[in-house]
Write a protein that binds this ligand. Sequence first.
Ligand SMILES: Nc1ncnc2c1ncn2[C@@H]1O[C@H](COP(=O)(O)OP(=O)(O)OP(=O)(O)O)[C@@H](O)[C@H]1O
Length: 688
Amino acid sequence: MATLGIHRDFLQDFVRLERPVQQKVVDTILKFEQTAHTGAHLEKIAARDQRLKSIRIDRKYRGIVLVPDTGDQHTLLRVDTHDEAYAWARNRRLSVNAATGHMEIRDEEIIDSALQTMSVEPDEQAKPLFAHVSGADLTRLGIDDQILRFARLVTDIQLLETLSGTLPRGQYDVLIGLAAGFSVEEVWSEVVGTAAEPFDPDDLSAAMLRTPDKVALVEGPDELVELFAKPFARWRTYLHATQREVALRTYSGPAQVLGGPGTGKTVVALHRARQLAAQGGRVLLTTFTTTLTQALRDSLRLLETDDEILSRIDVSTVDQVARRAVGGRFTLLTKNEEHEVWRQILRRRSSDFSESFVAEEWRQVALAQDLADLDGYLTAKRSGRGRRLGPVQRAQVWRILAEFEEHLVEGDLHTFETVCRSAARLLEGNATKPYDHVIVDEAQDLHPVRWRVLRAAVARGPNDLFIAGDVHQRIYDNRVSLGALGIQVAGRSTNLTINYRTTAEILNWSCGMLSGEKIESLTGDLVSLTGCRSEVHGSRPELFGASTKTAELERLARTVEDWLEAGVLPEEIGIAARSAPLAQEAVTALARVGIAAEHVSRERSVSTGQVPTMTMHRMKGLEFRCVAVIGVSSHALPATAAITPLAEDSATHWNDLRRERCLLFVACTRARERLVLSWHGEPSPFLG
Ligand SMILES: Nc1ncnc2c1ncn2[C@@H]1O[C@H](COP(=O)(O)OP(=O)(O)OP(=O)(O)O)[C@@H](O)[C@H]1O
């Protein structure tokens, strides 16, 4: 029987189709699977590449199928309305990359016309972008004749970038790498990797088999139905070569994977967890919140069905691990209770330090560095803390911190930090560790006390710690240096750059919001989002200002109505607000027009059939087809209560502002296809 490959771009089209059309696509493909050998239902089309044929879905829609010259391996490349599908196919050509042996698609006509324009009107003044690279090197990197001619003429990186969806992907990546200043060898190891076994450059069927990140081979109808049932979970089937390598490699010690939003860090973490558990290891897969642990559990279930393997993966927050390690019952102070304790101590001592200052000093300095006595505190580094303290002031502050700790001990009271501290000490003392491997997602927000728990929960050695995170998405005030915690990742760090979630329009707009911010990595270097890109295009984010909150919420309701009418499911929409009360008001505004919505909180996760509304903090790590960020008003973002006054502590003030900006960035980058931002009154300065 003919086998059918599904190209990943096709799934991208599939999710955008209305449901009845989706069903027809599935039926057509199932029928195709059974009768492909006859070839009768494939129609010839006027295309440059004669191997492209069309398949009828219904009166309006057509699929484009690649039928190679040899073998019976067909690949579904595209589904669209008749005219769009034919227009797409007309000028495409498929080829085999000479360096990787992977299948590539190009829009030959656009490349030809770019070549023509450049040869007729050469820019005599400008230097060709790749003048410094020899033809032999370009050929070795897989650049073929047509693209070589282009590479010899192009002088402008912007032109190169605008052709990203037109040039064959592997060759585009090579040119972008070289244009960004990487050496031939660096580009070779990044894009090509290891040299492919000798192959036939005309054998497209074999090329497809070598391209698992683009083409998934479906073995039978069940697998196909499963693929279509969860089209967004493409990551189960298509891992990018770098993702696969990072997920499955053996590391001699702690390793980390970095990358901007939506680059697949969680996907890599999930594949790694499954792989290590399948090899018999006891794995902790941990992340920041319980909402996220639930999302990880659901995703793991999509990836692995073997209960025995799943039973070896513990998906828990660090706090849950710490509580289990400490055992017994204890009383946790709420934030308000904790502040009350600080307030009383400060009042008793007639101190003019503020509660938030001493509370932060305890968290960011004393606990972060696990300081045991005044001597330690007198010489401790206070980086990130703006207000300078002389020795006398330090001694005063230490007495306040010590009194706070005594109060906790006397009342048998705890905060999550003290539970973690006790857990880390217990685990450090135990020769037997609860896990063989620890995998951390959303690592950028973990406080050092939590890192100590993780470090102590696994013995040092190969594959001990695997860390995934993005410091641009740091939305809590936890600064950490992995090195200071004894976690060395030098030489075992990889950066992912391709965003699989968001359209280029949403990603670029969101990244623009952070440009100019100085953001430090977990190892202390400054990092940027340069290179993070999306291959998918869509509409630009929409911005809308209203004069009143009521008008803004009415507009939100209309937007959500439009999305639902277009076939988006309620749970595929996410509404984010800076504050929980505004997110709750959105529920009421939607209910007023008959849309079922609910507020997602620690206790309540996203449920089917309801439009979820939540705080921006809760959006972290989640994703939705359509996102509306509401209340992006000057009086709400940055939130006044979250910003330390400049006069009190300037460094903390600027950190707080950056964190609020990152929070908006996180909320916006949760959107796959549509993003709408709205405000009432004046817009937030972050939108400037
Ligand atoms: N190789 C892939 N093929 C298809 N889809 C992918 C691939 N890798 C990731 N994705 C999809 O991209 C989206 C983002 O992936 P993921 O959540 O792992 O990214 P992330 O880097 O952890 O994001 P963030 O840091 O923003 O939370 C998900 O929908 C995921 O299914």
